[in-house]
Design a protein around this ligand. Structure first.
Ligand SMILES: [Zn+2]
Ligand SMILES: [Zn+2]
Length: 142
């Protein structure tokens, strides 16, 4: 019974992650699922996230303001992290993605004298349009 309950929660965490583009934190998931699973603990969410990540079902995107953020989409794509509001946006990988690495690759995704690449994370950091908009409004009021 307990095992069944445990896997149901894992399933719920997994489904919620895949249904959102928010790139949530453990705490965000916990707050969303708590009404439906009153006995859910933050520790359970953390444990399940680690399990799902090590199983390759989800990915850890980045640590923003000391908080790890997760992605239910595991196909390769880049991210934009807003330094202002902490939003993480999906960026379709540019068409010349391979050319970024072509100088580094030996062959078959091998880095000469280093090893074989399994995946690449590309994260752009900056200010999102929404935050830039807010900044220019407050500046014009001064
Ligand atoms: Zn922002
Ligand atoms: Zn993403």
């Amino acid at each position: 019974m307990k095992t069944h309950n445990y896997s149901r929660k894992r399933q719920a965490i997994c489904e919620l992650l895949m249904s959102t583009r928010e790139h949530p934190s453990a705490e965000w998931l916990y707050n969303e699922l708590k009404p439906e699973y009153p006995d859910l603990s933050l520790g359970t969410v953390y444990r399940n996230l680690k399990f799902l990540e090590s199983s390759g079902v989800i990915r850890s995107v980045a640590v923003v303001d000391g908080i790890e953020r997760y992605d239910g989409i595991t196909e390769d794509h880049a991210h934009f992290v807003c330094n202002c509001c902490g939003r993480i946006l999906d960026i379709p990988i540019p068409h010349d993605f391979d050319s970024i690495h072509s100088g580094l690759f030996e062959s078959d995704k091998r880095l000469a004298g280093v090893g074989k690449i399994e995946f690449t994370k590309i994260i752009y950091y900056g200010n999102c349009d929404e935050c830039i908009g807010k900044q220019s409004i407050s500046e014009s009021r001064e």
